[in-house]
Design a protein around this ligand. Structure first.
Ligand code: ADP
Length: 318
Protein backbone atom coordinates (compact mmCIF):
# COMPACT_ATOMS: atom_id res chain seq x y z
CA UNK A 1 0.00 0.00 0.00
CA UNK A 2 1.63 3.22 -1.23
CA UNK A 3 1.29 6.21 1.10
CA UNK A 4 1.30 8.70 -1.73
CA UNK A 5 -1.81 10.79 -1.33
CA UNK A 6 -5.55 10.82 -1.04
CA UNK A 7 -7.26 7.56 -1.95
CA UNK A 8 -9.99 7.52 -4.58
CA UNK A 9 -12.81 5.23 -5.61
CA UNK A 10 -10.57 3.48 -8.17
CA UNK A 11 -8.11 2.52 -5.44
CA UNK A 12 -10.97 1.20 -3.30
CA UNK A 13 -12.54 -1.12 -5.88
CA UNK A 14 -9.35 -1.83 -7.83
CA UNK A 15 -7.01 -2.54 -4.96
CA UNK A 16 -8.15 -2.20 -1.34
CA UNK A 17 -11.35 -4.19 -1.56
CA UNK A 18 -9.98 -7.17 -3.55
CA UNK A 19 -6.78 -7.27 -1.48
CA UNK A 20 -8.68 -7.37 1.77
CA UNK A 21 -10.59 -10.43 0.56
CA UNK A 22 -7.44 -12.37 1.46
CA UNK A 23 -7.49 -11.24 5.05
CA UNK A 24 -8.21 -14.16 7.30
CA UNK A 25 -8.43 -16.56 4.31
CA UNK A 26 -4.72 -17.19 3.95
CA UNK A 27 -2.84 -18.88 6.79
CA UNK A 28 -1.25 -15.51 7.40
CA UNK A 29 -1.32 -12.26 5.50
CA UNK A 30 0.86 -9.16 5.56
CA UNK A 31 -0.41 -5.69 4.70
CA UNK A 32 2.12 -2.95 4.89
CA UNK A 33 2.48 0.67 4.01
CA UNK A 34 5.51 0.96 1.78
CA UNK A 35 6.89 4.25 3.02
CA UNK A 36 10.43 3.43 1.83
CA UNK A 37 9.10 3.04 -1.71
CA UNK A 38 7.16 6.30 -1.32
CA UNK A 39 10.42 8.15 -0.68
CA UNK A 40 11.19 7.79 -4.38
CA UNK A 41 8.40 10.27 -5.10
CA UNK A 42 7.41 12.01 -1.84
CA UNK A 43 10.29 14.09 -0.53
CA UNK A 44 8.52 16.54 1.71
CA UNK A 45 8.64 15.26 5.33
CA UNK A 46 5.31 16.82 6.35
CA UNK A 47 3.61 15.23 3.36
CA UNK A 48 5.15 11.84 4.03
CA UNK A 49 4.15 11.91 7.69
CA UNK A 50 0.58 12.80 6.73
CA UNK A 51 0.42 10.24 3.91
CA UNK A 52 1.73 7.49 6.21
CA UNK A 53 -0.86 8.27 8.85
CA UNK A 54 -3.65 8.60 6.29
CA UNK A 55 -2.76 5.32 4.59
CA UNK A 56 -3.01 3.47 7.90
CA UNK A 57 -6.22 5.28 8.85
CA UNK A 58 -7.83 4.71 5.46
CA UNK A 59 -7.11 1.01 5.36
CA UNK A 60 -8.25 0.43 8.93
CA UNK A 61 -11.40 2.45 8.24
CA UNK A 62 -12.09 0.35 5.14
CA UNK A 63 -11.94 -2.88 7.09
CA UNK A 64 -8.31 -3.94 7.44
CA UNK A 65 -8.31 -5.86 10.70
CA UNK A 66 -5.04 -6.07 12.67
CA UNK A 67 -6.45 -9.14 14.46
CA UNK A 68 -6.65 -11.04 11.18
CA UNK A 69 -3.60 -9.67 9.37
CA UNK A 70 -0.18 -8.26 10.16
CA UNK A 71 -0.39 -4.51 9.54
CA UNK A 72 2.74 -2.37 9.68
CA UNK A 73 4.97 0.29 8.16
CA UNK A 74 7.75 -1.06 5.92
CA UNK A 75 10.37 1.27 7.44
CA UNK A 76 9.68 -0.13 10.94
CA UNK A 77 11.16 -3.44 9.78
CA UNK A 78 14.80 -2.70 8.84
CA UNK A 79 15.23 -6.20 7.38
CA UNK A 80 13.55 -4.90 4.18
CA UNK A 81 16.56 -2.68 3.41
CA UNK A 82 19.09 -5.23 4.58
CA UNK A 83 17.70 -7.97 2.36
CA UNK A 84 17.28 -5.56 -0.57
CA UNK A 85 21.03 -4.91 -0.53
CA UNK A 86 21.89 -8.59 -0.46
CA UNK A 87 19.44 -9.30 -3.29
CA UNK A 88 20.87 -6.43 -5.33
CA UNK A 89 24.20 -8.26 -5.43
CA UNK A 90 22.62 -11.13 -7.39
CA UNK A 91 20.25 -9.03 -9.50
CA UNK A 92 21.45 -8.61 -13.10
CA UNK A 93 21.42 -5.01 -14.36
CA UNK A 94 19.62 -6.21 -17.48
CA UNK A 95 16.68 -7.42 -15.42
CA UNK A 96 16.10 -3.96 -13.98
CA UNK A 97 16.76 -2.27 -17.31
CA UNK A 98 13.82 -4.18 -18.76
CA UNK A 99 11.40 -2.93 -16.06
CA UNK A 100 8.53 -1.10 -17.68
CA UNK A 101 7.44 0.87 -14.63
CA UNK A 102 10.81 2.62 -14.24
CA UNK A 103 10.62 3.94 -17.78
CA UNK A 104 6.98 4.95 -17.35
CA UNK A 105 7.71 6.78 -14.11
CA UNK A 106 10.67 8.67 -15.57
CA UNK A 107 8.53 9.63 -18.57
CA UNK A 108 5.95 11.01 -16.12
CA UNK A 109 8.64 13.30 -14.71
CA UNK A 110 9.70 11.39 -11.57
CA UNK A 111 13.43 11.91 -10.86
CA UNK A 112 15.56 9.08 -12.27
CA UNK A 113 17.28 8.09 -9.00
CA UNK A 114 19.07 4.87 -8.07
CA UNK A 115 16.21 4.19 -5.63
CA UNK A 116 13.61 4.42 -8.38
CA UNK A 117 15.70 2.13 -10.58
CA UNK A 118 16.25 -0.52 -7.89
CA UNK A 119 12.65 -0.31 -6.61
CA UNK A 120 11.92 -3.88 -7.84
CA UNK A 121 14.77 -5.21 -5.65
CA UNK A 122 13.24 -3.65 -2.55
CA UNK A 123 9.91 -5.07 -3.65
CA UNK A 124 11.52 -8.50 -3.97
CA UNK A 125 12.74 -8.17 -0.38
CA UNK A 126 9.22 -7.11 0.70
CA UNK A 127 7.86 -10.34 -0.72
CA UNK A 128 10.62 -12.83 0.10
CA UNK A 129 11.03 -11.83 3.75
CA UNK A 130 7.66 -13.36 4.61
CA UNK A 131 8.07 -16.69 2.78
CA UNK A 132 5.20 -15.46 0.65
CA UNK A 133 3.43 -18.00 -1.51
CA UNK A 134 0.80 -15.77 -3.14
CA UNK A 135 1.05 -12.11 -4.10
CA UNK A 136 -2.30 -10.65 -5.16
CA UNK A 137 -1.54 -7.95 -7.73
CA UNK A 138 -3.10 -5.99 -10.54
CA UNK A 139 -1.87 -6.71 -14.08
CA UNK A 140 0.41 -3.67 -13.87
CA UNK A 141 2.38 -5.24 -11.02
CA UNK A 142 2.78 -8.70 -12.53
CA UNK A 143 6.21 -7.94 -13.96
CA UNK A 144 7.47 -7.02 -10.48
CA UNK A 145 6.44 -10.37 -9.04
CA UNK A 146 8.10 -12.12 -11.98
CA UNK A 147 11.27 -10.16 -11.25
CA UNK A 148 11.02 -11.24 -7.60
CA UNK A 149 10.83 -14.85 -8.75
CA UNK A 150 13.89 -14.39 -10.98
CA UNK A 151 15.87 -12.77 -8.18
CA UNK A 152 14.88 -15.46 -5.66
CA UNK A 153 15.80 -18.26 -8.07
CA UNK A 154 19.13 -16.59 -8.82
CA UNK A 155 19.84 -16.33 -5.09
CA UNK A 156 18.80 -19.94 -4.43
CA UNK A 157 20.95 -21.11 -7.33
CA UNK A 158 23.97 -19.17 -6.05
CA UNK A 159 23.68 -19.82 -2.32
CA UNK A 160 21.38 -22.84 -1.95
CA UNK A 161 17.64 -23.11 -1.26
CA UNK A 162 16.78 -20.14 0.93
CA UNK A 163 13.69 -18.39 -0.38
CA UNK A 164 10.19 -19.57 -1.17
CA UNK A 165 9.35 -18.77 -4.81
CA UNK A 166 6.15 -16.69 -4.83
CA UNK A 167 3.29 -16.89 -7.33
CA UNK A 168 1.54 -13.81 -8.64
CA UNK A 169 -2.25 -13.98 -8.36
CA UNK A 170 -3.61 -11.68 -11.02
CA UNK A 171 -6.89 -10.07 -10.12
CA UNK A 172 -8.47 -10.39 -13.57
CA UNK A 173 -11.98 -9.83 -12.34
CA UNK A 174 -11.25 -6.42 -10.90
CA UNK A 175 -13.12 -3.71 -12.75
CA UNK A 176 -11.48 -0.57 -14.06
CA UNK A 177 -13.28 2.24 -12.28
CA UNK A 178 -14.09 5.16 -14.60
CA UNK A 179 -13.22 8.69 -13.53
CA UNK A 180 -15.50 11.71 -13.75
CA UNK A 181 -14.48 12.20 -17.41
CA UNK A 182 -15.14 8.58 -18.37
CA UNK A 183 -11.47 7.53 -18.74
CA UNK A 184 -9.80 5.34 -16.08
CA UNK A 185 -9.92 7.10 -12.71
CA UNK A 186 -6.41 8.19 -11.78
CA UNK A 187 -4.66 10.85 -9.71
CA UNK A 188 -2.66 11.80 -12.76
CA UNK A 189 -5.77 12.55 -14.85
CA UNK A 190 -7.42 14.77 -12.21
CA UNK A 191 -10.69 12.84 -12.61
CA UNK A 192 -10.97 11.21 -9.19
CA UNK A 193 -13.71 11.02 -6.59
CA UNK A 194 -12.01 10.95 -3.19
CA UNK A 195 -12.94 8.25 -0.67
CA UNK A 196 -12.67 10.46 2.35
CA UNK A 197 -12.07 14.17 2.88
CA UNK A 198 -14.55 17.04 2.59
CA UNK A 199 -18.07 15.96 1.62
CA UNK A 200 -18.38 19.11 -0.50
CA UNK A 201 -15.38 18.03 -2.61
CA UNK A 202 -16.93 14.60 -3.16
CA UNK A 203 -20.25 16.16 -4.17
CA UNK A 204 -18.48 18.59 -6.49
CA UNK A 205 -16.63 15.73 -8.20
CA UNK A 206 -19.87 13.76 -8.65
CA UNK A 207 -21.83 16.74 -9.96
CA UNK A 208 -18.97 17.32 -12.43
CA UNK A 209 -19.23 13.89 -14.08
CA UNK A 210 -19.18 14.40 -17.84
CA UNK A 211 -22.32 13.29 -19.75
CA UNK A 212 -23.59 13.58 -23.30
CA UNK A 213 -26.19 16.17 -24.25
CA UNK A 214 -29.33 13.99 -23.99
CA UNK A 215 -32.38 15.86 -22.69
CA UNK A 216 -33.81 15.24 -19.20
CA UNK A 217 -36.45 12.71 -20.27
CA UNK A 218 -34.52 11.06 -23.13
CA UNK A 219 -33.80 7.34 -22.65
CA UNK A 220 -30.18 6.67 -21.64
CA UNK A 221 -27.98 3.63 -22.09
CA UNK A 222 -26.78 2.84 -18.53
CA UNK A 223 -23.74 0.85 -19.70
CA UNK A 224 -22.22 3.82 -21.54
CA UNK A 225 -23.17 6.41 -18.92
CA UNK A 226 -20.34 7.24 -16.51
CA UNK A 227 -22.75 8.17 -13.72
CA UNK A 228 -24.37 4.73 -13.87
CA UNK A 229 -21.08 2.84 -14.26
CA UNK A 230 -19.87 4.39 -11.03
CA UNK A 231 -23.20 4.08 -9.23
CA UNK A 232 -23.44 0.38 -10.10
CA UNK A 233 -20.28 -0.39 -8.12
CA UNK A 234 -21.94 0.81 -4.94
CA UNK A 235 -25.18 -1.17 -5.28
CA UNK A 236 -26.23 -4.79 -4.84
CA UNK A 237 -26.94 -6.33 -8.31
CA UNK A 238 -30.75 -6.19 -7.99
CA UNK A 239 -30.77 -2.51 -7.07
CA UNK A 240 -28.31 -1.80 -9.86
CA UNK A 241 -30.70 -3.45 -12.34
CA UNK A 242 -33.67 -1.41 -11.07
CA UNK A 243 -31.59 1.74 -11.49
CA UNK A 244 -30.59 0.67 -15.01
CA UNK A 245 -34.31 0.51 -15.88
CA UNK A 246 -34.72 4.10 -14.70
CA UNK A 247 -31.91 5.18 -17.02
CA UNK A 248 -33.56 3.41 -19.94
CA UNK A 249 -36.84 5.12 -19.05
CA UNK A 250 -35.02 8.48 -19.05
CA UNK A 251 -33.82 9.78 -15.68
CA UNK A 252 -32.44 13.38 -15.94
CA UNK A 253 -28.64 13.50 -15.46
CA UNK A 254 -28.92 16.03 -12.60
CA UNK A 255 -31.24 13.70 -10.70
CA UNK A 256 -28.98 10.70 -11.46
CA UNK A 257 -25.97 12.54 -10.03
CA UNK A 258 -27.86 13.53 -6.87
CA UNK A 259 -28.85 9.91 -6.35
CA UNK A 260 -25.25 8.78 -6.84
CA UNK A 261 -24.03 11.39 -4.33
CA UNK A 262 -26.50 10.04 -1.75
CA UNK A 263 -25.53 6.40 -2.37
CA UNK A 264 -21.85 7.36 -2.15
CA UNK A 265 -22.43 9.10 1.16
CA UNK A 266 -24.37 6.15 2.58
CA UNK A 267 -21.88 3.55 1.29
CA UNK A 268 -18.87 5.20 2.89
CA UNK A 269 -20.63 6.58 6.01
CA UNK A 270 -19.63 3.68 8.32
CA UNK A 271 -16.02 3.84 7.08
CA UNK A 272 -15.95 7.60 7.46
CA UNK A 273 -17.25 7.26 11.04
CA UNK A 274 -14.64 4.63 11.85
CA UNK A 275 -11.94 6.87 10.40
CA UNK A 276 -13.08 9.78 12.59
CA UNK A 277 -12.97 7.55 15.69
CA UNK A 278 -9.48 6.33 14.88
CA UNK A 279 -8.25 9.83 14.06
CA UNK A 280 -9.22 10.90 17.55
CA UNK A 281 -7.03 8.14 19.04
CA UNK A 282 -3.49 8.64 17.72
CA UNK A 283 -2.03 6.41 20.40
CA UNK A 284 -4.21 3.53 19.21
CA UNK A 285 -2.80 3.96 15.70
CA UNK A 286 0.73 3.97 17.12
CA UNK A 287 -0.01 0.79 19.09
CA UNK A 288 -1.42 -0.99 16.02
CA UNK A 289 1.67 -0.04 13.98
CA UNK A 290 4.07 -1.06 16.77
CA UNK A 291 2.39 -4.42 17.35
CA UNK A 292 2.28 -5.09 13.61
CA UNK A 293 5.96 -4.25 13.23
CA UNK A 294 6.87 -6.59 16.09
CA UNK A 295 4.90 -9.45 14.49
CA UNK A 296 6.44 -8.76 11.08
CA UNK A 297 9.97 -8.54 12.47
CA UNK A 298 9.61 -11.89 14.17
CA UNK A 299 9.11 -13.48 10.72
CA UNK A 300 11.45 -11.19 8.76
CA UNK A 301 14.37 -11.66 11.12
CA UNK A 302 14.18 -15.44 10.78
CA UNK A 303 14.28 -15.20 6.99
CA UNK A 304 17.09 -12.68 7.21
CA UNK A 305 19.09 -15.03 9.39
CA UNK A 306 18.72 -17.74 6.72
CA UNK A 307 20.00 -15.31 4.10
CA UNK A 308 22.95 -14.27 6.29
CA UNK A 309 23.86 -17.89 6.92
CA UNK A 310 23.48 -18.83 3.23
CA UNK A 311 25.75 -16.00 2.07
CA UNK A 312 28.39 -16.41 4.76
CA UNK A 313 27.55 -13.16 6.52
CA UNK A 314 26.99 -15.26 9.64
CA UNK A 315 28.07 -18.70 10.85
CA UNK A 316 31.48 -20.05 11.89
CA UNK A 317 34.45 -19.87 9.50
CA UNK A 318 35.83 -23.30 8.68
P1 ADP B 1 -3.39 6.35 -9.62
O1 ADP B 1 -3.64 5.89 -11.04
O2 ADP B 1 -4.50 7.21 -9.13
O3 ADP B 1 -2.01 6.96 -9.42
P2 ADP B 1 -2.25 4.13 -8.25
O4 ADP B 1 -1.38 3.84 -9.42
O5 ADP B 1 -1.66 4.73 -7.01
O6 ADP B 1 -3.47 5.06 -8.74
O7 ADP B 1 -3.04 2.80 -7.91
C1 ADP B 1 -3.04 2.15 -6.69
C2 ADP B 1 -3.83 0.88 -6.85
O8 ADP B 1 -5.21 1.17 -7.19
C3 ADP B 1 -3.33 -0.04 -7.97
O9 ADP B 1 -3.44 -1.39 -7.53
C4 ADP B 1 -4.26 0.22 -9.12
O10 ADP B 1 -4.39 -0.91 -9.96
C5 ADP B 1 -5.57 0.53 -8.41
N1 ADP B 1 -6.36 1.49 -9.21
C6 ADP B 1 -6.07 2.80 -9.39
N2 ADP B 1 -6.99 3.39 -10.19
C7 ADP B 1 -7.88 2.42 -10.54
C8 ADP B 1 -9.06 2.40 -11.35
N3 ADP B 1 -9.53 3.50 -11.94
N4 ADP B 1 -9.73 1.23 -11.47
C9 ADP B 1 -9.27 0.11 -10.86
N5 ADP B 1 -8.17 0.07 -10.08
C10 ADP B 1 -7.47 1.21 -9.91
Amino acid sequence: MQPSGQLHLGNYFGSMHPNMEWMGKAESSFYFIVDLHALTTVQNPDDLRRFRRDALLDYLACGLDPEKATVFFQSDVPEHCELAWILSTVTPMGLLERAVSYKEKVEKGIAATVGLFTYPVLMAADILLYDTTVVPVGKDQKQHVEMTRDIAMKFNHTFGETFVIPEPQIQEAVAVVPGTDGQKMSKSYGNTIPLFGAEKAIEKAIMGIVTDSKGPSDPKDPETCTIYRIHKLLLPPKEAETLAEEYRAGIPYGEAKKRLAQTYKDFFAPMRAKRETLLAKPSLLDDIAAQGAAKARAVASRTMERAREATGLSGKAK
